[in-house]
Design a protein around this ligand. Structure first.
Ligand code: C2E
Ligand code: MG
Ligand code: MG
Length: 862
């Protein structure tokens, strides 16, 4: 800088004095009274003074410019504390004109200063130091503001002076307060550490999150308090060197959003933090001297995201986002898992590559069309990396609006299981659950389809003979086993030549085409009959269950599925009626027999109400004497349209429909009425045997109705004997024993009919309160010539004898049979040899004529 230093400058008279001297010099320099040399000298002095004054003015101008240009208040203060000068910034800051301050003690600006305030300032200045002090300054209106005053000393006219620069701290204070408030109010934890890692400051959020009280000592190396352990996102322990703060210090760069866990060993508390560490460089420093770490508690977020992942995994639903502009594809973990790929599939093309070609093309097409908020929903098939096929449901929607228009987002759901389920359901919907064969609907559809194709179709209607019996006698589980086994035999018999369906109950349908091979239907029917030739085993027993088959073929027997099936059914029924275990092709006459059957069923239902039944009584005679000892009541049905019918034709039917219970009750009532009538006619009490179906025992309270009948007709129980077939023994319903005991308690006799024909089980005979057996006419008819019939008759007679049961032989037609049975020790018999079933009057007459001695005292009287 040119010119004199500022302290010198201030010693030069600034106003007035200098110019007066110059004027005097200028006057003297031209004073003719003075010698020329003196005048010249004076002129030179005046020039020098003029030049010096000009310099001073320049310096003063510069000083003023500088003094007033300083943006902070600057004052010049004498050693006694009097203000000598104040710059513009000072006037503005104190809001006072210069003259109110200059010449006043410094206290006008600095009211808090002690009286001897200048002493320490001057002492410091003497030591060559700058004196810095924070005080408050006062404005004209008395308001104050904080300042930091830097003071420096200089001499003026041999006097110590102080120049004081006051820096307004208001802004900084405000910033500091704001910074502090921010630090304390922010919900993020903030920790400031020095370069060695020791903690300089931790805000209250940090203390709260870490559960540390203020003032708690923490390790000086930047590690955590001992009770805490730091964890990586995957749960492994995080080494000290990897702490974000220490990495920021070490690497000298910001370490952003590191998720780390803090595990409190004693409280067993786990906290997840997302930490960002920012290194701080001191002015001019090339290494960070501090690091500020900011963190937030993401425990909830992490839990939510873990939960979200889990939920996705559980629901097999993933998410995806495709940025059309960049081609980038983001998949959630589950979405990638569903596709059987890593999460970083990266692009939509890579995802399309996971799908079957056709499905990839479909997705590509909808993606191309998905713009402006449109959505789509596709079921797609693909293949995983390991080759496993999968089904996914992809739902997507393009973003709307300018910002999101490039984004297509959606879900991806694994529907493999439900797709398989659907397929299974489709199969299930078509199949019979028990046998796995096609069901009725599926078969109808098949037939319709073939007929629509113009194929000649043959239908075989198959019904198992005696299935109802097995089902009734051995129970439903055995019935099911039989059906399953029958289905298997059908499969083997039919092979690839036809389709098989279970049509309901024990009915099956086989459909085959007969265009190429007209004999196929009959051939298949024969191989099915063969397949049923062998018995079915149940436990240790074997039962022969044959089949009856009806055939119908298109177009001659029907042009539509329904008609074909109906006609095959009619043929089957007729075949069964004629001879079981056979096949019959449909012919129009069968339609009539089917109609007859329907008519028969309807008529039977109303027969009891229409009083179409009556009973005939077949005498039971003492084989030795021919005396009538009782009768068996046999039902007859006389119908206007159908004529007279024997029970073989309608009892089984009535058992099937359940009508037998009502019919059976009518029989018992009629038998009792008749016995009472004969008694009243003086014939005495004829013991009458009544056939009772096993269904009556199951389906009604037989004992109660019998009791009231006997009471009503005033008959002893011994007037009746109930004949049950062996089916009732095998049934083994838990109540059988109880029912028998109750019947027995009424005094009625109980006998097993047709003994030896069915499933005789001797232990039942011992358990049940039976009085008699009826030796089946099946065996009686063969004696005395047929050796096996002879053997059966001998065995049954032996059983009756050893169990002390009465024995009645039935179906005796010839004298030889009577003789044989008599020899065998069978006491009583019935049969055409003696009499057929007789109308009541005929029976009464017959009984009377067979009475030895007094006709009014028949031996039938008990
Ligand atoms: P069942 O109880 O064994 O009756 C004997 C059957 O043999 C009767 O046939 C009878 O007419 C017939 N019969 C009698 N003597 C001879 C003979 O010497 N030679 C031959 N070949 N047959 C003879 P029906 O009346 O046709 O009865 C058939 C079956 O119907 C009966 O067999 C019985 O099981 C059943 N039944 C008859 N009436 C009733 C009834 O009221 N209720 C029930 N539930 N079943 C009945
Ligand atoms: Mg009988
Ligand atoms: Mg019998």
């Amino acid at each position: 800088m040119n010119g004199p230093p500022p302290d010198r400058l201030l010693q030069v008279p600034i106003e007035g004095g200098g110019s007066a001297v110059l004027a005097e010099l200028e006057v003297a320099a031209v004073d003719p009274s003075l010698p020329a040399a003196t005048r010249q000298l004076l002129a030179q002095a005046a020039d020098a003074l003029r030049a010096a004054s000009a310099d001073v003015r320049d310096a003063q101008t510069r000083y003023h410019a500088l003094f007033h240009a300083v943006p902070d208040p600057v004052s010049v203060i004498a050693a006694d504390g009097t203000v000598l000068d104040l710059n513009h910034a000072g006037m503005a800051a104190y809001r006072r004109p210069r003259h109110e301050v200059v010449g006043q003690p410094i206290h006008v600006l600095n009211p808090d200063l002690p009286e001897d305030h200048m002493a320490p300032v001057l002492e410091a200045l003497d030591r060559g130091e700058t004196y810095v002090i924070e005080v408050s300054n006062m404005r004209a209106d008395g308001t104050r503001f904080p300042v930091e005053v830097h003071s420096a000393g200089f001499d003026r006219d041999g006097q110590r002076c102080v120049v004081a620069v006051a820096r307004d701290l208001s802004r900084r204070r405000e910033a500091e307060v704001r910074y502090h408030d921010l630090l304390e109010q922010i919900d993020k934890g903030i920790v400031i550490q020095s370069a060695d890692g020791s903690v300089l400051h931790a805000n209250s959020a940090a203390l709260r999150m870490l559960g540390v009280r203020e003032g708690t000592p923490v390790p000086r190396d930047g590690s955590l308090p001992a009770q805490w352990m730091a964890l990586r996102a995957d749960g492994s322990e995080l080494p000290l060197a990897e702490y974000p703060s220490l990495r920021a210090l070490h690497e000298g760069r910001i370490v952003r959003s590191t998720v780390l866990g803090l595990f409190h060993r004693t409280q067993r508390r786990l906290l997840w933090l997302s930490v960002t560490s920012i290194p701080h460089y001191a002015a001019g420093g090339d290494r960070p001297d501090q690091v500020l770490s900011m963190f937030s508690d993401v425990t909830g977020l992490k839990r939510d995201s873990a939960l979200f992942d889990r939920v996705q995994a559980l629901a097999s639903i993933g998410g995806w986002e495709w940025d059309r502009a960049s081609g980038q594809l983001y998949l959630t973990r589950e979405a990638a898992h569903i596709l059987g790929r890593t999460r970083h599939l990266g692009s939509m093309e890579a995802m399309l590559a996971c799908l079957l070609t056709g499905d990839a093309a479909r997705l590509r097409q909808v993606l191309a069309g998905a713009t402006g908020g449109t959505g789509f929903d596709l079921d797609l098939q693909g293949q995983r990396g390991d080759g496993q096929a999968f089904w996914v449901r992809v739902i997507g929607e393009s973003g709307s609006g300018v910002a999101g228009s490039a984004l297509v987002t959606g879900t991806l759901q694994d529907i493999t299981v439900s797709k398989h389920g659907e397929q299974n359901l489709r199969v299930l919907a078509r199949s019979d659950p028990l046998t796995g064969l096609l069901n009725r609907d599926a078969m109808l559809a098949e037939i319709r389809e073939r007929l629509a194709d113009g194929q000649p179709v043959s239908v075989l209607y198959i019904d198992l003979d005696r299935f109802k019996l097995i089902n009734d006698v051995l129970g439903h589980a055995a019935g099911d086993d039989l059906l399953t086994a029958a289905a298997e035999r059908l499969r083997r018999a039919v092979g690839e030549e036809g389709l098989i369906a279970r049509f309901g109950g024990d009915e099956f349908l086989v459909v085959c085409s007969c265009g190429d091979d007209p004999a196929r239907p009959e051939r298949l029917a024969d191989s099915i009959l063969d397949a049923f030739a062998i018995g079915f085993g149940f436990d240790s027993d074997e039962f022969v269950v044959t089949a009856s088959i009806g055939l119908a073929r298109s177009p001659q027997d029907g042009a539509d599925a329904q008609t074909l099936i109906q006609h095959a059914d009619a043929a089957m029924y007729e075949s069964k009626r004629r001879t079981r275990n056979g096949r019959l092709a449909y012919n129009p006459a069968l339609a009539q027999s089917k109609r007859d059957r329907l008519q028969f069923e309807t008529q039977l239902r109303h027969a009891a109400d229409n009083q179409e039944f009556h009973l005939v009584y077949q005498p039971q005679v003492e084989l030795a004497s021919g005396r009538v000892v009782g009768a068996e009541a046999l039902i007859r049905w006389r119908n206007e349209r159908l004529g007279e019918m024997r029970p073989d034709h309608f009892i089984a039917q009535a058992e099937g429909t359940g009508d037998i219970v009502r019919i059976g009750h009518w029989v018992l009532h009629e038998a009792c009425r008749q016995v009472a009538a004969w008694r009243d006619e003086g014939l005495g009490i004829v013991r009458v045997a009544v056939n009772v179906s096993y269904r009556q025992l199951l389906g009604s309270d037989l004992t109660a109705s019998l009791r009231s009948l006997l009471r009503g007709f005033d008959l002893p129980g011994s007037a009746l004997e109930l004949e049950f077939t062996e089916r009732v023994l095998i049934e083994d319903a838990p109540e059988t024993l109880g029912n028998f005991a109750a019947l027995r308690a009424l005094g009625v006799g109980l006998a097993i009919d047709d003994f030896g024909e069915g499933y005789s089980a001797l232990n039942y005979l011992r358990r049940l309160p039976i009085q008699g057996l009826k030796l089946s006419q099946l065996f009686v008819s063969g004696v005395p010539d047929n050796q096996s019939d002879v053997a059966v008759c001998q065995a049954v007679a032996g059983i009756a004898r050893s169990l002390r049961l009465a024995l009645v032989a039935e179906g005796i037609e010839h004298e030889a049979q009577r003789h044989f049975l008599l020899q065998l020790g069978v006491p009583v018999g019935q049969g055409f040899l003696f009499a057929p079933g007789l109308l009541p009057d005929a029976f009464a007459a017959h009984a009377r004529s067979r009475l030895a001695g007094d006709p009014r005292a028949p031996s039938t009287v008990r």
